[in-house]
Ligand binder design. Sequence first.
Ligand SMILES: Nc1ncnc2c1ncn2[C@@H]1O[C@H](COP(=O)(O)OP(=O)(O)OP(=O)(O)O)[C@@H](O)[C@H]1O
Length: 265
Amino acid sequence: MLATDIETQAVLRTKNLHVYYGSNLAVRDVSLDIPEKQVVAFIGPSGCGKSTVLRCFNRMNDLIKSARIEGKVTYRGKDIYATGLDPVGLRSRIGMVFQKPNPFPKSIYENIAFGARLNGYKGNMDELVESSLKRAVIWDDVKDKLQQNGQALSGGQQQRLCIARAISIQPEVLLMDEPCAALDPISTLKIEELMHDLKKQYTIVIVTHNMQQASRVSDYTAFYNAEPTPKGGKVGYLVEYDRTEKIFQDPAQEATRDYVAGRFG
Ligand SMILES: Nc1ncnc2c1ncn2[C@@H]1O[C@H](COP(=O)(O)OP(=O)(O)OP(=O)(O)O)[C@@H](O)[C@H]1O
């Protein structure tokens, strides 16, 4: 389902997207629009293709040799799979945060500065480091130990450092693949609060298994499910996509109602 108000402000759009790993169709026929400066949550049972679709938005699936797509993915109206498009440039506009915090084995300062330098940043590096860490609400925790190794921070702090690193190169979109899965409840709440702030500036797509998190942080929710294939595999598909209140309080599909009520998955 595509609400018309979503279509008009779409930053990212998939049209009849199919994704294969080798000869296996993992997810079929996904058409959805990601609206600007909103948080969109992808929910659904394990293996229904949420991460697979997410990774298409910045061509992270290119790093998986067997992955291949059919259909279209556009960013600001441009086909991101067009020949000649530079995926590295694309990823500087559409950043990603992963399930397991993955700071570089470098100082906190260098975790920000390294990527910025690679991206050709020529401004004042101290200012960039400070402003990125402030925006990711971790400055107060680390301002006195910027030369300490980023991997020595707590899991929640590492994840905020990774968010700071992602936003330091000024992307427009942040893709988050279960960013709180490895975190304790307090760190999770901090990341959720941070997402509320970040959406003033960024468009966010988050994969989450946590229903409460989806209902707390997102404006729109896409519910995916999977069905068995004759060969004994599973193929994922988009069941329903709408405003989060609608998905959680009055979904159009029975399967959505059952899933958000915790009756399967
Ligand atoms: N690198 C890969 N190589 C081969 N198959 C893959 C690969 N990654 C995912 N798949 C398959 O694609 C399907 C969708 O997986 P995906 O990880 O996108 O689902 P998901 O909904 O994000 O699952 P989860 O909630 O468990 O993370 C699954 O059947 C999975 O086995």
